[in-house]
Design a protein around this ligand. Structure first.
Ligand SMILES: [Fe+2]
Length: 196
C-alpha cells in the first residue's frame, strides 16, 4: 500500500502573517507531496512496502538507505508539523505539558525563548523539536535535514520546520519572524494528546 499525502487539518486561509495560502500550497502541496511521491516510488516492490511509516524510517536508518530515510522521515515530520498548528491556537500552554514546561524550563517564557533560539540556530535545513526523554524530562532537540526524536526513543511533542522552503514565500530569509509567529498558532491540545 502506498503512502498518501494527508489533507491539512485546517483551512489554509486562517494563518494570517504566519503562512499564506500560497505558502501552504507550496509547502504542503509541492514539498510535502514530493516527499510522499518520492517515497512511494523508492519503496515500490521492495521489502519496505507494507511497513508502517515509523518502521520504514527505522529500517532505512538501520540500513543507511538515505533516499528512503530522507523522504519517509520528511513525510513523518511534515505530518507532525501540520498537526502542531491550528488557526485559533497559540497562547500559553495548557494541561500536562504546561506543568512539564514549568518544571523543566522554569516558565513558558523561558521555554519559548530557548526553543526559538534552538530553531533559529539550526544550521541549514532542519527541524527543532520538543520531546520527552526516557527519564521523563523535556528536551529541545535540533535536527539537520530529516531527523526526528522517535529514532532516539524520545516522544515527540512539538515541532517547527526550519527548512528555508517553510518560510521563504511569506518571510523571505527572515527565519526568526516565522518562528516568532509560530507561537500564535501552536496547537497545545495536539501537544498534550501526545502525552496520553
Ligand atoms: Fe518543510
Amino acid at each position: 500500500m502506498s503512502f498518501v499525502l494527508p489533507e491539512l487539518p485546517f483551512e489554509k486561509k486562517d494563518f494570517k502573517g504566519f503562512i499564506s495560502v500560497e505558502g501552504f500550497d507550496y509547502h504542503h502541496g509541492k514539498h510535502h507531496a514530493a516527499y510522499v511521491n518520492n517515497l512511494n516510488a523508492l519503496i515500490k516492490d521492495t521489502d519496505f512496502e507494507g511497513l508502517s511509516l515509523e518502521d520504514v524510517v527505522k529500517k532505512a536508518d538501520n540500513e543507511k538507505n538515505m533516499g528512503v530515510f530522507n523522504n519517509a522521515s520528511q513525510h513523518y515530520n511534515h505530518t507532525f508539523f501540520w498537526n502542531c498548528m491550528k488557526p485559533d491556537g497559540g497562547g500559553v500552554p495548557t494541561g500536562e505539558v504546561a506543568k512539564l514546561i514549568e518544571r523543566d524550563f522554569g516558565s513558558f517564557q523561558n521555554f519559548r525563548t530557548e526553543f526559538s533560539a534552538a530553531a533559529t540556530k539550526v544550521f541549514g535545513s532542519g527541524w527543532a523539536y520538543l520531546a520527552l526523554n526516557k527519564e521523563n524530562k523535556l528536551e529541545i532537540m535540533q535536527f539537520s535535514n530529516a531527523g526526528s526524536p522517535f529514532l532516539q526513543n524520545k516522544l515527540a511533542l512539538l515541532t517547527i520546520d526550519v527548512w528555508e522552503h517553510a518560510y521563504y514565500i511569506d518571510h523571505r530569509n527572515a527565519r526568526p519572524n516565522f518562528i516568532n509567529l509560530f507561537w500564535e498558532f501552536v496547537n497545545w491540545e495536539f501537544v498534550n494528546n501526545q502525552l496520553l
